[in-house]
Design a protein around this ligand. Structure first.
Ligand SMILES: *[C@@H]1O[C@H](CO)[C@@H](O)[C@H](O)[C@H]1NC(C)=O
Ligand SMILES: *[C@@H]1O[C@H](CO)[C@@H](O)[C@H](O)[C@H]1NC(C)=O
Length: 981
């Protein structure tokens, strides 16, 4: 669950009074705009936009008061250091230390600090004990250390009074031109200027200054305005919103930069927002937003679609894309951040007088409330290279436990252990596969985490044992708010060990959440994380066993009575950092603590933990999965889920899903059925529903819906070997799991705005879910000049910039296979993915126009970390020149041999070749040569000719080869292909 749904639900008396209280505070059914700031209500956003406006109006970007002091520049081992001087009339020059590190792969890191704050040479107001420096630990949380080495080979080409030039990269194909006055940087790749800092002069580092207390009369004294006509001081020292006042002991301290992408017409990323994949302009005008994209992790109740409003998580990573080129920017800042986007068009060649259509430039303006200005520029080339680059910085997605890519059944709430057992039995009765059943907050005793409601969950172990019989799991929710109740051991320990978040007076912070009065664990504190670990051991979290995993919700954090439903910004965390500085990392600090706690539940029992989080930041992909929070049971939310999930992939956190069926409200049977048909393509696939909704487990709907949904679920399960292979790819290359059109066809401009169809990894599977009520067909756009085939009946569609109408009545899932791929499957229906472990494989070979195909399979034990020591199978399959081969692509490790032994009886039981050549009609068998075997054997081939628009196909039955060994199948007549040479 997750919702700060403040609706009354009358089913328990105990929470009624609390709910009534909150209901009284905020009785509404849709997103409450007044709970959340617009740019003009956020002091620093308003100030930075005003600065941008005044510079634009005056047309003088050159007036930017920042200047790089040429004499200060030092360059060693791929790092440039120097001082930027900000000229301020009243106070004299302000020194801003600059570093520019030239990294691998055309990446650069630019950091700008403020000397006075760094030295602690400032005074805080209100006797605050907050840290004086600009927050400089975001990197410690978000970055992994890989990809951060400065390139010693980078060279300082030139340094003059006005310009510094550095080149780097393998062939020095990248260069940075650093202009000194005003400070601006151009990043070039080859002959092209790709990214420019401060070309419009919006750079802003709000330096520390003492508060000058002017007489009250000065508030409307015209003389004061004369002192500094451009600066609006009204939000420097205090800000009030929704009845909460932020004391701002450090005064104004925002950082901002304008970053231009010349020639780039599209930008993507900046998860999490509910809008189109290709980000919109934000400065008003037809069809544009009038607000910047906001990143300030928030518990948004019933969020609205097509909006730049902030949601639960933030990843300040953006890709700019044009035909055949991609570059990126990663803005490493954990404070509230807004990003304005505008596009402008100019002529490619002034002499053609607009006849060529023009070139689009995208200009972005990044603004953060506090912290360092710390930004990575990535000079692409392709979306995939950027994914790899970004993953080297922030880590790749974890290789998840195999069960976690099966189906998850959730609801707020399964009300008792008997209820859970009953649902589990019903899935079996209807032969519907699932892997995980979930418990929302009501399982606890009075909202005290690590306890069970003694009346409704008297025997959780018996429930978990029943699930375990089918290799199924339980996921239970645990949130960061800890009920403030004397005698509750968790809160008592947290208080006595002093591990909670503090308020601005440095006393324990108290606020309201599900349990009523609560305190919040400060997971930024290593001692708090160490203590968190002790809570999960089986002897302390009684009633749990090895198949119980975790859900962290409300970790933005959600504080019902706090400003913008979260913590006051002047709260204090470990190290006396203010909450404002770390806000967007808060959720990650918590789910990471949970992940590590689960790793150490029991000595010797090391398995890949599963943790779902609602709030996230760059780096969250290393230890969790996410979902898009509290969506609604309507068609619009089904539509919106797809670009949101695609964008999670662009943003480096691809293990993502949306609540299938919609969290709030009751979906129609048709909507729910279509949502399952779409949900089987979410990397994280979970059905979930609000407490006020009707039961909607797939078996509840009746026919034909239950059967249609079951068929969809089975398809997900059949394709699990392909999914797992794709997850593995994401875990080593950072590639999205489901990929948008521009990702797969970066050269095809027609696909740059498409965000309703997508590919599953590099399998060639192309899905286009039906998301319209009553629709009987969908239109699928095929970019490349290749043949595509309907997944189910092999109807052929030719590609090459063509759009095809694919018929899709309710029982049909529009799913095509691109020619040229080999897709691994497991076809036997089982109750759960765990029970499929030893099942044989089917390989679906989809020939391309040259009669060739290739694909990969990755598999391992699905639960331990033994794969890190080589306990896995990684095969490449190819079919060319009448031969199909399986070859090893893995490096061997200490545990390879023993793992392969366990897999010796797992065979390939069937090979289906789609688009089989006509001459195969004469074959009735093929010869099979396997690694260990002497000579070759034969396997039966059955050929089906092409009919109507459907491709010919052939089936090879029982080739009998082990999945882990090398083999060759020869399709030429006569037996041994070698003898023919
Ligand atoms: C996650 O937690 C572990 C264990 O406490 C800690 O070592 C690590 O630094 C944390 N990392 C992140 C990104 O939260
Ligand atoms: C400020 O201006 C308003 C309107 O002109 C006036 O009513 C008010 O008295 C002034 N405040 C002070 C403190 O002078």
């Amino acid at each position: 669950m997750a919702r700060s749904s403040r609706r009354a639900s009358t089913w328990t008396i105990s929470c009624l009074s609390f709910l009534l209280l909150v209901l009284f505070v905020s009785p509404a059914v849709t997103v409450k705009h007044h709970d959340f700031k617009r740019c003009e209500q956020s002091g620093f956003c308003k100030r930075n936009r005003a600065l941008a406006d005044s510079i634009t109006e005056q047309g003088n970007p050159e007036s930017s008061p920042y200047q790089l002091d040429a004499a200060s520049i030092k360059f060693t081992d791929g790092r440039l250091e120097g001082s930027i001087i900000k000229t301020v009339q009243e106070t004299g020059p302000i020194k801003l230390p600059l570093t520019v590190a030239f990294l691998d792969r055309g990446n650069v890191r630019v950091t700008i600090d403020e000397e006075k704050r760094r030295k602690g040479d400032i005074e805080l107001r209100h006797g605050s004990i907050a840290r004086k420096e600009r927050y400089n630990e975001a990197g410690a949380w978000a970055l992994t250390g890989a990809g951060l080495h400065a390139q010693k080979a980078a060279s300082l080409k030139k340094i003059s009074k006005d310009l510094t030039e550095v080149s780097w990269g393998r062939d020095h194909e990248f260069k940075a031109l650093i202009h000194h006055t005003p400070f601006a940087v151009e990043f070039w790749s080859g002959e092209d200027k790709q990214v420019v800092f401060n070309s419009r002069g919006f750079m802003n580092v709000e330096h520390w200054r003492p508060k000058i207390d002017r007489p009250a009369a000065d508030t409307n004294n015209s003389e004061q305005q004369v002192v500094n006509p451009t600066e609006d001081e009204s939000t420097w020292w205090e800000e009030t919103f929704g009845g909460n006042t932020d004391s701002k002991p450090k005064g104004p301290e925002s950082v901002a930069m304008d970053i231009a992408f010349p020639g780039y017409g599209h930008v993507y990323g900046l998860a999490e927002h509910a809008g189109p994949l290709s980000l919109k302009q934000t400065r008003g005008g037809d069809g544009n937003y009038d607000q910047p994209y906001r990143m300030y992790n928030s518990d948004i109740f019933e969020y609205e679609l097509d909006s730049p409003m902030t949601l639960y998580g933030s990843i300040p990573f953006m890709q700019a894309h044009k035909k055949d080129s991609t570059v990126g920017v990663f803005w490493l800042n954990a404070a509230e951040t807004w990003v304005d986007i505008v596009k402008s068009t100019h002529d490619a060649n002034p002499l053609t007088l607009g006849l060529t259509g023009g070139i689009v430039d995208t200009h972005t303006h990044w603004m953060s409330e506090s912290g360092l200005l710390d930004v990575f520029v990535m000079l692409g080339q392709s979306p995939k290279e950027l994914a790899k680059s970004y993953g080297e910085l922030t880590g790749y997605t974890q290789l998840p436990a195999a069960f976690s890519i099966g189906y998850h059944q959730c609801r707020w709430n399964y009300v008792s252990d008997e209820d859970v057992k009953d649902v589990d039995r019903k899935f079996d009765k209807f032969n519907i596969p699932y892997d995980v059943i979930w418990l929302d907050i009501e399982y606890t005793d009075d909202k005290q985490y690590f306890t069970w409601d003694p009346l409704n969950f008297p025997d959780p172990i018996s429930m978990e044992k029943q699930l375990d019989e089918s290799e199924r799991k339980l996921v239970a929710i645990i949130d960061p708010h800890i009920k403030n109740k004397a005698g509750y051991f968790v809160v008592d320990e947290m208080k006595s060990k002093d591990l909670a978040v503090k308020n601005k007076e440095n006393n324990i912070f108290e606020g309201w959440c599900w349990p009523g009065s609560s305190h919040w664990i400060d997971a930024f504190n290593p001692a708090a994380r160490a203590w968190w670990k002790t809570l999960f051991t089986y002897d302390r979290f009684k009633g749990t066993m090895h198949n119980v995993w975790l859900w962290n919700d409300m970790n933005e954090p959600s504080v019902f009575n706090g400003p913008e439903i979260t913590m006051p910004r002047d709260n204090l965390h470990h190290g006396n950092w203010e909450h404002r500085d770390v806000h967007n990392i808060n959720g990650m600090s918590f789910h990471n603590a949970t992940y590590h706690a689960l790793l150490e539940r029991k000595k010797g029992e090391v398995r890949r933990p599963f943790v779902l989080t609602r709030s996230f930041y760059a780096g969250s992909q290393r230890t969790s999965a996410m979902w898009t929070g509290d969506n609604q049971a309507n068609w619009e939310h089904l539509v919106a889920s797809i670009p949101m999930i695609l964008n999670q992939g662009v943003s480096g956190f691809p293990f993502a899903g949306a609540d299938v069926g919609g969290f709030f409200g009751n979906p129609s049977k048709e909507l729910q059925t279509r949502w399952y048909q779409a949900g089987i393509f979410y990397p994280f696939f979970r059905g979930h529903a609000h407490i006020d909704t009707r039961r909607r487990e797939p078996y509840m709907l009746g026919e034909p819906y239950t059967s249609i949904m079951t068929k969809a679920l089975r398809l997900r399960y059949m394709l699990l070997p392909a999914w797992y292979t794709v997850f593995h790819e994401a875990s080593i290359d950072g590639y999205p799991i489901v990929r948008s059109q521009y990702y797969v066809h970066p050269e095809d401009e027609k696909g740059f705005e498409l965000d309703d169809q997508f590919y599953l990894g590099s399998t060639g599977l192309l899905a286009k879910p039906v998301t319209t009520e009553g629709a009987e067909s969908v239109d699928i756009y095929l970019s490349d000049n290749e043949n595509y085939y309907d997944y189910f009946d092999y109807t052929m569609y030719s590609g090459g910039s063509k759009t095809h109408r694919v018929v899709a009545p309710l029982d049909k899932i529009p799913l095509l296979m691109q020619g040229g791929h080999i897709i691994p499957r497991k076809d036997r229906p089982r109750k759960s993915s765990g029970l499929m472990k030893w099942d044989p494989y089917t390989l679906v070979v989809v020939l391309n126009k040259n009669g060739e195909a290739e694909g990969t399979l990755y598999t391992d034990d699905g639960e331990t970390f033994d794969y890190e020591q080589g306990a896995f199978i990684h095969r490449r399959f190819t079919l060319e020149n009448g031969q199909m081969k399986s070859t090893d692509v893995a490096t061997k490790g200490a545990k390879t041999a023993s793992y392969l032994k366990t897999m010796i009886d797992v065979k390939v039981e069937k090979i289906i070749v789609v688009g089989a050549p006509a001459q195969w009609s004469k074959l009735d068998e093929v010869s099979v040569t396997a690694e260990g075997a002497k000579g070759s054997t034969s396997a039966e081939l059955i050929y089906h000719g092409a009919v109507g628009g459907k491709a010919a196909w052939a089936v090879i039955r029982g080739p009998g080869t082990s999945i882990g060994e090398d083999w060759t199948i020869s399709f030429s007549p006569g037996h041994d292909h070698k003898s023919e040479l």
